[in-house]
Write a protein that binds this ligand. Structure first.
Ligand SMILES: Cc1cc2nc3c(=O)[nH]c(=O)nc-3n(C[C@H](O)[C@H](O)[C@H](O)COP(=O)(O)O)c2cc1C
Length: 356
């Protein structure tokens, strides 16, 4: 039903319903009876996960449905993107579905209530005992009104504000919808952003992993330069990838008009480049730090490919829009089957298997 109405409207109806249903144990129980995923345990960043599949950033921008996502079968969630200052994002419409391609184009532009307001709602949630028992990541973006020169202070303030309300953090320097943001992937800016964030972490005293999310649109050489800078700055992991600005011309006319929209493309067409980036990063890092694979995962096969390419954890967004929540348990069941078929002892043995 949600697929028949405007994309953003459908999205907010979906997230609001999950927020309400996820607040009661009866509601969660009903969802779990429909969507529960099997166990396929793994440990990443020293944290236990029921299985590797999580919710990608951008779906729960305000961290409002955190209690509900595990009942849909996800083992972990990344909320946000959150910016230091509240912002409305780009004018609507700004989210489009290309049904035949199983793809979305969005130019949301980090619409979110800002770090302080999000923290307030999370304080409230924790005090009511509604904090899920699953790993949670916060996705941090740069405020639109802040220049790249001031980006280190902007990212590190948001990190500071949200520190107690996330188990690990993803610095998003790769959204195509904030002008100039992707320039932060260049060495000079990147090392300053990471060093400001490291300073916050040192001050806090309790170590939490900080990850970097890359764009699929960088040349390979540029990508590896950014990875090298990040490794030197002590980054704990990579997320690959964000949405792409590249396009092909689809046969179907509805998809053609969606692909003509400005913004980032996600879903099935992103899969091959995201896999390529994960493979590159895995080779480059020699599996020293974990990689989160995201982009076009919509089946057990695509999830398996991503893990075999080097991803220790995986995420999806678009497949949830096109297939609904049952896609989560379908993928995890398929992964479990593949672990067995390959005579692996656990899912960790499959990570980077294509390289072995
Ligand atoms: C509407 C929309 C909003 C998004 N917002 C964010 C965001 O705020 N931060 C971020 O890092 N990625 C964001 N993403 C990117 C996703 O997290 C993910 O990297 C991308 O969609 C590829 O995964 P998929 O093919 O499974 O959708 C967004 C994607 C969509 C479709």
């Amino acid at each position: 039903m949600l697929r028949l109405i405007d994309s953003e409207k459908a999205h907010s109806v979906g997230v609001s319903s999950l927020t309400k249903i996820g607040q009661t144990s009866i509601g969660r129980g009903i969802l779990e009876s429909l969507y529960q995923s099997p166990e396929l345990p793994t440990t990443v960043f020293g944290m236990p996960f029921h299985h590797p599949l999580g919710l990608a950033a951008g779906f729960d921008k305000k961290a409002q449905a955190l209690s509900g996502w595990p009942s849909l079968g996800f083992s972990w969630m990344e909320y946000g993107g959150i910016t230091r200052f509240p912002q409305d994002g780009n004018p609507k419409p700004r989210m489009f579905r290309a049904n035949k391609e199983n793809a979305l184009v969005n130019r949301m532009g980090f619409n979110n209530p800002g770090a302080l307001a999000v923290r307030e709602s999370l304080v409230d949630r924790k005090s009511k005992g509604q904090w899920p028992n699953n790993p949670i990541a916060a996705n941090i973006g740069r405020s639109k009104k802040v220049s790249n020169d001031d980006a280190p202070g902007d990212y590190s303030s948001t990190l500071d504000i949200l520190w107690d309300y996330s188990d690990f953090f993803v610095l998003n320097i790769s959204s195509p919808n904030t002008p100039g943001l992707r320039e932060l992937q260049e060495e000079e800016h990147l090392s300053k952003v990471l060093s400001a964030c490291n300073n916050v972490r040192e001050r806090k005293g309790n170590y939490k992993p900080i990850l970097l999310k890359f764009s699929p649109d960088m040349e390979n050489e540029q990508l590896l330069n950014s990875a090298e800078t990040a490794l030197k700055s002590g980054v704990d992991g990579f997320v690959a990838t964000n949405t792409t600005i590249s396009r092909y011309v689809p046969k179907n006319s509805q998809s053609r008009s969606v692909f003509a929209q400005t913004g980032g493309l996600s879903g099935r067409p992103l899969k091959s480049r995201s896999l390529e980036v994960v493979n590159l990063l895995y080779d480059y890092t020699e599996s020293k730090i974990p990689i989160v694979g995201v982009g076009g995962i919509d089946s057990p096969e695509s999830a398996w490919d991503m893990i075999n390419s080097g991803a220790s954890l995986i995420q999806l967004y678009s497949a949830l829009v096109f297939q609904g929540p049952s896609v989560v348990s379908h993928i995890v069941k398929g992964l479990k089957r593949k672990v067995k078929e390959n005579n692996f002892l656990n899912i960790q043995e499959a990570v980077g298997y294509y390289h072995k």
